[in-house]
Design a protein around this ligand. Sequence first.
Ligand SMILES: [Mg+2]
Length: 247
Amino acid sequence: MPAAARGFLFDFDGTLSPIALEASAAQPAPGTADALAALHRVAGAVLIVSARPVSFLRRHFAGLELYGLYGLEHALPDGQVVVDPEAEPWRPVVADTLAAAQAEFAGTGALVEEKGLSLAVHYRAVPQRGEKVRAWAAAQAERTGLWVQDGRMVVELKPPVRLDKGTTVARVVHQLGSAWYVGDDVSDLEAFGALAAERTRRPAFLGVRVAVANPESGGALAQAADFSVESPEDVVKLVTEVATALG
Ligand SMILES: [Mg+2]
């Protein structure tokens, strides 16, 4: 990839998709796939960097390069999936912890999401249980060696591998002349940080940090962003405008 190449990187939940009460029901905002495809035609690279497994992301964004589980999984546009070799041995530990989560939270209103190499407990439907869910996750992390990742009304347990949105984005933007990153959650701060670090390392690099406003985590992100948009629907408009301007 030439150094002048442009990249556009997007989180999924809360960024391209309105937050759904049940995580499995989340859908991209209307027009998202078409807008990203249009951008992909005129820009160098369009990538998704998400907490979701690539098996989920591929249903919506076949043909794009995808980083799932914060980068533990990498799907190339041809469909090939590369799993981080340090994370792979943790699969049985994750499966065991998933079973413990399903037993713990059955009937409580907290929803357990199976992601293969990680698991998430969503408490959006029962926010009053958030503290208990997080305490449970902390205890499981202590017991198993998995790491905790916080999010909007969700806590995750994932393999203790130093791969997050920051390291993943750093790896991608290394090859780019400019990059946009659009996100809505605290884990996206790491991605913003990677853009800033690349600028320090290479002053010719241009990084654009875009926050999607929301009352849960949007404040911290908006402070660190170059600018904010109001919703996933506005991200579609922005992407369409950028694609038109570049085309
Ligand atoms: Mg998000």
